[in-house]
Design a protein around this ligand. Structure first.
Ligand SMILES: NC(=O)c1ccc[n+]([C@@H]2O[C@H](COP(=O)([O-])OP(=O)(O)OC[C@H]3O[C@@H](n4cnc5c(N)ncnc54)[C@H](O)[C@@H]3O)[C@@H](O)[C@H]2O)c1
Ligand SMILES: O=P(O)(O)OC[C@H](O)CO
Length: 330
């Protein structure tokens, strides 16, 4: 049997990617930090907490996270963005011989304001190949085998192409690029901007307002990407415009749903509903990085102000509508 693909993290996205890697023809080891949950998942072949009703494919072995990761063809790291550094630190030694590390979280690290590829580079042994996977993809869709396309980025174009081929299956298509920074900015940024779109929906401001917001949010994401070394054409692709369109228009998105509840009057603490809304953690980092380089990002700044409790929804909306008029492409 060929070497397995490691998937570290047994939440919605880890479980979905495990199914997708199996459909691509690989044995998969799915590593969960909770040993009891791992044993239950392996026995019951379903992840009722994160992906109810979706069967786990036969080629997946779920087990407790340990240091026995070595010997895999690749390791997909599928934990929340704010835990990536800790998990990489804990698994630093085995990850040196567990194939390329593919970062699947979408976010910017709080406190250090670091992109996740920079976190990986700082923590992993020098020379460990690192890639980023991002794009419009709801876990429930991917886990069920519905057609989905995402982007795989690595600074080595050959690695990006070979990992894309390795993980692509009958309905899960990976496009490749060497623009790591552009791809990770698209994934992290859209989560913050999707919260704003959810707020507009939850406030009942109408579909026209939401469409305008998507366009203006995308304009500021492009400005940010350009300033931080991402290529504009990358942002026009799957991990950028593609993911923003998906996440900013569907209550199936946890970020959009979080925003909807904020718009309807919930406090930031109550609005998550116990689900992971990555944009709530990334908002301040995104806004802070933008401010430090004088990049105009009014939507991201507004979301950061709301989720950190510095401003209320009504005041923020009034402030955005009162901004001076400007040339659309200025
Ligand atoms: N769910 C999706 O549709 C989807 C799609 C694309 C990308 N993503 C991204 O993938 C990342 C993970 O999202 P998710 O949907 O799987 O979240 P989730 O909340 O469904 O699951 C997170 C998982 O990570 C585990 N975890 C948390 N901290 C950990 C740690 N320190 N060590 C080991 N495991 C830990 C949790 O136990 C849980 O199993 C996020 O950055 C998200 O933006 C999610
Ligand atoms: O549910 P969300 O908002 O985390 O979005 C999931 C994926 O990132 C969509 O591409």
């Amino acid at each position: 049997m060929s070497a397995p693909i490691n998937v570290v993290g047994g939440g919605a996205w880890g479980t979905a990617l495990a199914n997708a890697a199996t459909a691509a023809g690989h044995p998969v080891t799915l590593w969960l930090r909770d040993p009891e949950a791992a044993a239950r998942l392996d026995a019951e072949r379903e992840n009722p907490r994160y992906l109810p009703g979706v069967p786990l494919q036969a080629g997946i072995h779920a087990t407790a996270l340990s240091e026995k990761l070595a010997g895999a063809r690749a390791t997909l790291l599928v934990v929340p963005a704010q835990t990536v550094r800790g998990v990489l630190e804990a698994l630093r030694a085995p990850l040196a011989s567990a194939g390329p590390v593919i970062l699947c979280a979408k976010g910017i690290e709080r406190g250090s304001d670091s992109f996740l590829s920079a976190v990986a580079e700082a923590v992993l042994p020098p020379g460990t190949p690192v890639a980023v996977l991002s794009g419009p993809s709801f876990a429930a869709d991917v886990a069920r085998g519905l057609p989905t396309a995402v982007t795989l980025a690595a600074t080595d174009p050959g690695l990006a192409a070979s990992l894309s081929a390795l993980l692509s299956g009958p309905s899960f298509r990976l496009y490749h690029t060497d623009d790591v920074r552009g791809v990770e900015i698209g994934g992290a940024g859209k989560n913050v901007l999707a919260i704003a779109c959810g707020i507009v929906a939850g406030r009942g401001l109408g579909e026209s307002a939401r469409a305008a917001l998507i366009a203006r949010a995308f304009a500021e994401l492009m400005r940010f990407a350009r300033a931080f070394g991402g290529r504009p054409e990358t942002l026009m692709g799957l991990s950028g415009l593609g993911d923003l369109v998906l996440t900013a228009s569907s209550p199936q998105s946890r970020n959009f749903a979080f925003g909807q509840r904020l718009g309807a009057g919930a406090s930031p603490e109550a609005a998550s509903g116990g689900k992971l809304a990555e944009g709530a953690f990334t908002a301040a980092a995104l806004a802070g990085l933008a401010a430090a380089r004088s990049i105009d990002m009014p939507v991201a700044q507004a979301v950061a102000a709301i989720v950190t409790g510095r401003a209320g929804v009504e005041d923020v909306i009034a402030g955005l509508l009162a901004r001076p008029l400007r040339g659309e492409m200025d």
